[in-house]
Design a protein around this ligand. Structure first.
Ligand code: PMV
Length: 357
């Protein structure tokens, strides 16, 4: 390649699954399809600078978080590079400086793997594209397909970094995993949800209540693996397919009650799988349950369409339609903030994916 050096910067958001991915096969293939809302404020901004090097026998890179060198991140990136080298043959020809920062606090208990891996994948795709353009190896056909191909390949690469990262590149709803009812869906990359979505779900809000900012006791890698031989695994995978099928009509009709039923059931099922694996574990905290009960009581009392979902941790995502924003902010301030660590929460909403800066 003729280019000696350069740099690209991308921002990419986190996402919150509505139908959860929990359990995977080899090569980061999900056991069941999932769908998520792309977030807006919670994102990672990554700059990758590259410079040509002599030795082409090994990867060479440095990682910085908020300007500080982080050698602790290197093994994760090394694993990622090993998995994607077959698809990005230039990786050993350059030295990379990877500079990254998150818009949310590091120790918030919010995983940065989805936003981080998707931002890195986009930077690497920009590098590949610029190298191909410079040496003329991008054919006219490839160039005409390049926008959709670019996103698809970036999602494919992001998946190999962290499964859920493949759902962060676009918005507002992304499906990952082959599902017979969802045209174009694939186990290999995320696709934009292809059907009609009612106005009720536009600009949906997600306020993340930070119940526990500590490091998780059980990583998602370990959790996924515990689905092998799990007594309820096959039923769970079937249920995820069914919930995704049912969501199609819910989205089309704007059925907020149907949405609540599926989303809350998915959150509790995810945690039920953790509690019933061997070894078993619990990631919810007492305040997680306090918040869930408060949400249920508030809905009962006011007819609100607020609901919750959970990730693989104790924090609670409070989901609600935009038109309830004022009422729900009051509710959160008056009744829920007390259960957050240092009264900390993050107001977010649906967003539209990665952006080049
Ligand atoms: O992407 P991973 O391997 O960190 O797994 C994430 C799994 C959940 O966040 C719990 C669910 C999901 O679909 O995002």
């Amino acid at each position: 390649n003729s280019i000696k050096s350069g740099s690209f910067t991308w921002s990419s958001p986190s996402n919150i699954a509505l139908v959860k991915y929990w359990g995977k096969k080899e090569h980061q293939i999900p056991e069941n399809p999932s769908v998520s809302f792309t977030l807006d404020n919670c994102k990672t901004i990554t700059t990758v600078s590259f410079s040509k090097k002599e030795n082409q026998d090994e990867f060479s890179f440095d990682v910085f978080l908020d300007g500080d060198k982080k050698d602790g991140f290197k093994p994760k990136i090394e694993t990622f590079f090993n998995r994607i080298e077959a698809y990005l043959p230039f990786l050993k020809h350059y030295h990379f400086k990877i500079e990254t920062s998150n818009t949310f606090p590091h120790s918030s208990g919010i995983a940065s793997s989805a936003s981080g891996m998707s931002a890195l994948a986009m930077c690497l795709m920009s590098i590949e594209k610029s190298l191909m353009e410079s040496d003329g190896s991008l054919s006219a056909v490839e160039r005409s397909f390049s926008d959709s191909f670019f996103i698809q390949k970036a999602s494919f690469l992001a998946r190999l970094g962290s499964g859920s990262a493949c759902r962060s590149l676009e918005g507002d709803l992304v499906v990952w995993g082959k599902h017979g009812d969802i045209e174009g869906s694939s186990d290999l990359f995320g696709v934009k949800y292809p059907y009609e979505v009612h106005q009720n779900f536009k600009e949906y809000q997600d306020t993340i209540l930070l119940v526990d900012k500590g490091e998780k006791q059980v990583s998602s890698t370990v959790g996924h693996n515990l689905m092998h031989g799990h007594p309820f695994a096959q039923e769970r995978f079937k249920q995820a397919h069914k919930n995704l099928s049912n969501l199609i009509n819910v989205f089309k009709k704007g059925n907020l009650d149907g949405f609540i039923e599926i989303v809350e059931s998915e959150a509790l099922t995810l945690h039920a799988m953790m509690m019933t694996s061997m070894p078993y574990f619990i990631l919810m905290k007492p305040n997680t349950l306090e918040i869930i009960n408060k949400i249920w009581a508030f809905r009962e009392k006011t007819g609100s369409k607020v609901c919750f979902t959970l990730d693989a941790g104790a924090n609670v995502h409070v989901l609600f339609p935009k038109k309830e924003s004022e009422k729900i902010s009051e509710f959160i301030k008056n009744e829920l903030v007390a259960y957050c660590q240092n009264e900390h929460f993050i107001s977010d909403r649906i967003g539209f994916g990665a952006k080049q800066l």
